[in-house]
Design a protein around this ligand. Structure first.
Ligand code: USQ
Length: 396
């Protein structure tokens, strides 16, 4: 029997490509989602670069092309009974070739969270949604694994933003401290700059508790902002491409700049643009979760990797976008605007990121060719770009 991977948040930007990635490699795959992201995009009227079929439709298209099955569950994982049904067999699949219960997963990839920093600070209602969804889903997952599946490996998506921008080198999750002549190892200090990032810190604490109390196996992937659209699996059918946001709420900075270049919208560099982050291609997100699943954490281990491949400042990203865009004939202007966020605009940033390379990840870098390819895809959907969603000014 092949290994079973359960993907929580399987409809999102990373969830759906992850599902195809594992399915292609012979895993049995189940995805769960409550369409939070799509509904939030509708509620906030932020648009997407192109329309994407429902999760059930995508699983069907995938099956037609490959003969492989991705089982689909539509449900809210903040409801503990929905979560527990995935382990005790009560689950009802909304799409499956074989509707019998697949059984306990060997690996769970946890993406089922509200992922936007601006969304989380918009007002108290959106802050509450972020806190209650993200913490409830993580807690429900922890208890389901404790009660039904103690040998299951949880791969949780964390974020580099949990560390903030400290004035010392960022280690991979842990820090050795010597204090008054005694030594200890602790979680690297966390200091988030949004409530979304704060929930990720709290998730880490919850699962670290589960690891200490019940010997759970957890890998935490501290991911930087992701860019890109295409993955090897989506190349077989246009309709399998992942959702792509370029708006202020759900778009990440590289994806936003690419679309802004095509639309002739001056690149929105927030403040001085010295904000430096670790970035990675969506293809590398898949490699990282894939390699983590192949080499699980041990029982009672919280294993932490910094999931980035290279660092850039916002200014450097804007310059790269301008260079590639100009070469392709677009008129790309860079415009520094008052920073709506409260963050350091010039700071030290030196994270370690070796652990994933050590377990076999081969990085893709943000080259001019990669950016050019992203621009060609964005250009093919140019008619859908809405300038009014690019900047609305959600302030911290
Ligand atoms: N930025 C601009 N102009 C823009 C958009 C962003 O200058 O038009 C700046 C931001 O101020 C920030 C940096 O670019 O300094 C990155 O912003 P982002 O929106 O790409 O990323 P962020 O809000 O930090 O969140 C994203 C994902 C989140 C993930 C996180 C990784 O939405 O799910 O966890 O990247 S990290 O940033 O490392 O915490």
């Amino acid at each position: 029997m092949s290994s079973h991977v359960l993907i929580l948040g399987g409809d999102g930007y990373l969830g759906w490509p992850t599902a195809m990635y594992f399915s292609e490699r012979g895993y049995q795959v189940t995805v769960v989602d409550n369409y939070f992201r799509r509904n939030a995009c509708t509620e906030l009227d932020v648009g997407m670069l192109y329309a994407v079929p429902t999760l059930q439709e995508r699983a069907k298209i995938w099956h037609e092309h490959t003969g492989k099955e991705i089982k689909v569950v539509i449900g809210d994982l903040a409801d503990a009974e929905v979560m527990r049904s995935l382990f005790d067999g009560r689950v009802k699949y909304q799409w499956a070739v074989n509707s019998a219960f697949t059984g306990i997963p060997e690996t769970i990839i946890h993406y089922a969270e509200q992922p936007s920093a601006p969304y989380s600070v918009m007002d108290y209602k959106h802050a509450n949604i972020t806190l209650s969804n993200n913490l409830m889903v993580t807690n429900n997952l922890m208890f389901a694994v404790r009660d039904f599946a103690r040998d299951t490996h949880i791969v949780k998506l964390g974020t580099m933003g949990e560390y903030g921008t400290p004035n010392i080198d960022i280690e991979e999750g842990w820090l050795d401290i010597e204090h008054k002549g005694r030594k200890g190892k602790f979680l690297f200090p966390r200091q988030a700059s949004s409530l979304y990032h704060t929930t990720k810190i709290m998730d880490t604490d919850l699962l670290w508790f589960g690891v200490r109390m019940w010997d759970l196996k957890v890998t935490d992937l501290m991911q930087g902002p992701v860019y890109g659209t295409e993955t090897d699996e989506s190349a077989i059918d246009e309709r399998l491409k992942t959702i792509f946001n370029y708006d202020e709420i759900f778009g990440t900075v590289v994806n936003r700049f690419v679309v802004q270049a095509i639309a002739g919208y001056p690149l929105t560099v927030y403040g001085q643009g010295g904000q430096t982050r670790g970035y990675l291609n969506i293809k590398d997100t898949l490699q990282c979760v894939g390699k983590s699943a192949e080499t699980p954490a041990a029982k009672g281990e919280l294993r932490i990797f910094n999931q980035i491949m290279e660092t850039f400042s916002v200014k450097e990203l804007a310059e790269l976008t301008q260079k590639v865009g100009s070469r392709l004939g677009y008129n790309v202007e860079i415009k520094s605007i008052e920073n709506p966020r409260k963050e350091a605009e010039e700071h030290y940033y030196n994270p370690t990121y070796q652990g994933l390379i050590d377990i076999g990840v081969k990085p893709h870098y943000l080259t001019e060719e990669v950016m050019e390819q992203m621009m060609r895809i964005a250009d093919s959907h140019k008619a859908n770009i809405r300038n009014d969603v690019i900047f609305r000014g959600v302030r911290w």
